[in-house]
Design a protein around this ligand. Structure first.
Ligand code: 5BU
Length: 259
């Protein structure tokens, strides 16, 4: 017998972490499992893009260290947009050092990520200490962490035992880890979210090893929960229309999985 696939709302009610609960509720309300990867290099361009596509997304993903003009005012404006359109903010910093170092990378430096991000992520190559360091900073704040269990790029090493140990670290840290960056469903725990980058409306790859799957393949066939789309949206001639198309494709694929 096929196990019953739970709705976002049903899963929200089973989440102990406030961030995964909030995200699943937004997904249910706005009918979207789309995360915009806003990989543009000027803050004004990023804010314009996010304001236009905001109604179609559940979360925006940033690379703060690729912005030419990152400043506190940008953070303030991004937060205002997240309230206006009801989405979360995910800083894709991919922490990957010993616990003591990530404490400072997360809380300090120019970006002070722990002051504004709802969601962050980490590689597990250093072992569980990276999670413990990040969690120390997140104490008392509403921040959830995703572990990078699989990657979309050709030839990456996050496979096999590495992926399995990563799933184990996630399952052992439910107070902080809310899910994975991955290419398929890795855990049957309804509280853990699966988010997949490398998504376009057609399969293919770029010139630097990125590989693309379709929303249908990622959500319906591979059982992931969330699609992360960058160039498919901001590289389109009409990013708002592109975001709308990814929203529909992703949500239809979710509905197909439910039925
Ligand atoms: P794209 O333009 O849709 O290819 O952008 C994908 C984004 O997701 C980009 O910001 C990457 O840094 C990010 N990403 C990825 O593509 N693949 C991975 O395995 C991980 C992150 Br982890």
């Amino acid at each position: 017998v096929k196990p019953k696939v739970l709705t976002y709302a049903e899963r929200a009610s089973q989440c102990t972490h406030s961030v995964s609960r909030r995200l699943l509720k937004i997904m249910e309300q706005k009918k979207t499992n789309l995360v915009l990867s806003a990989d543009v290099t000027k803050s004004k361009e990023l804010l314009d893009l996010v304001d236009k596509t905001g109604p179609h997304i559940c979360m925006v993903k940033t690379h703060a260290d690729t912005l030419d003009d990152f400043c506190d005012d940008f953070v303030e404006k991004l937060k205002q947009l997240s309230n206006k359109h009801n989405f979360l903010i995910f800083e894709d910093r991919k922490f990957a050092d010993i616990g003591n170092t990530v404490v400072h990378q997360f809380s300090g430096g120019v970006h002070r990520i722990s002051d504004w991000a709802d969601v962050i992520n980490a590689h597990t190559v250093p072992g569980a200490g990276v999670v413990q360091g990040l969690q120390k900073v997140a104490q008392g704040k509403d921040i959830g962490c995703l572990l990078i269990a699989e990657m979309s790029s050709a030839g990456n090493l996050a496979t096999g035992d590495y992926t399995q140990v990563t799933v184990k670290i996630a399952e052992e840290n439910p107070d902080f880890v809310i899910g994975f960056i991955c290419l398929s469903k890795l855990s049957s725990n309804p509280a853990l979210l699966h988010m997949t980058p490398g998504v376009q409306l057609k399969e293919g790859q770029d010139a630097l090893g990125q590989r693309y799957l379709t929303p249908q393949e990622v959500i319906s066939n591979r059982g992931s929960d969330i699609i992360i789309v960058g160039r498919g949206i901001y590289g389109a001639s009409d990013p708002t229309e592109a975001a709308r198309q990814f929203q529909i494709a992703g949500y239809d694929a979710y509905l197909a999985r439910l039925s």
